[in-house]
Design a protein around this ligand. Sequence first.
Ligand code: CTP
Length: 409
Amino acid sequence: MTPAPILRGKRLLLGVTGSIAAYKAADLASKLAQAGAHVDVILTESATKFIAPLTFQSVTGRKAHTDLWGDDAHVIHVGLGESAELLVIAPATADAIAKMAHGLANDLLTLTALAARCPILVAPAMDGGMFEHSATQANLRTLIERDVTVIGPAEGRMASGLMGKGRMVEPNELLGHIRLALGRGGPLAGRRVVVTAGGTQEALDPVRFISNHSSGKQGYAIAQAALDRGAEVTLIAGPNSLPPVVGAVAVNVRSAAEMAEAVLKACADADALIMAAAVADFKPESESEQKIKRGASNGYDLRLTKTVDILMAVAEQKERTGKPTLTVGFAAETQSLIENAREKVFKKKLSLIVANDVSAADAGFFVDTNRVTIVDAGGGASELPLMSKAEVAESVCERIERLLKSKGW
Ligand code: CTP
């Protein structure tokens, strides 16, 4: 995982209780540490039967705590609880949840949870019957009433071999919730941001379509960066294989026409639109209701018509309604990058355009890196070095944040 500013240097506490899902907590701790967080881990005694403290020490580079009185500091729970910015208990057994709900504090983890003044996330893991039991449900309700965020559990196969609801959610999804919790109150808090991502598909018949190579990665990274800054994010995406962005309202579309409809609707009260999608410029003039047969013909003539230019439609809507306040376009070019980007920024009435040379080997569709130049409404260009798509997303969100602030919007 690439370092993420939202996690870099953050003091996180990870509580691990006695469930087979404890092995997933090691993966989560590793991901958090790789992203630059300081992760202090507390294991309950039963957790140590499933996984060794040394595993966590190895991935976090910090001491993993197990015992209340054996540590150097005699009030370690107060120290850990007060310095943490977030306490995550994953996996949380029915027993740990019950103890927390009733304010019991008979081990280091429950003591720390009582002493903690930071937000708490809990990821339950237990057998389906235990989760559904009215005692567990009542305990979870109590925690939710106290502003604890409960994530999951997920449905699936459990350690008992039974199917049901009780599995701990996967580390990547937990990571998304952790980012969401840390981003709350960030510089874009209260801002509504609409992001588009991926390519559109223009149907030829029920089995075929015209599309492009867009992976959606850049748009998804922008949605995540905006969420990290506390924004309310709507992510309108064409078909892709990326995991959902936790916390974003997902609107899945197929064609340019569907994307246009979703964008215009979402922009009605948006502060910013970031149009990272690779919208198809042309679509088949007509869509065949039945599969087009190969038949005896030697070829097939395809007539294409233009799709709606979504950014032009947004500019028209903005003239009437004033929304979205800011519009950011992307320009995928294979030649004359800056000139073409300047032309598009004026024509589409954009606040900024992010231009990238998609013919470069280290930028564009198939890679995790991008090399972009940001052109502003006045035509001023700033060239950014080769970066990961996550870093490009950070730069774009920083520019949006600065623009909104400097214009007093
Ligand atoms: N875009 C759009 N609607 C379309 C096509 C593109 O809103 N039908 C948006 C893209 O999402 C991007 C910007 O317009 O933010 C520029 O897209 P690009 O494909 O680079 O430019 P085009 O307008 O399609 O112009 P050209 O094909 O001539 O380069």
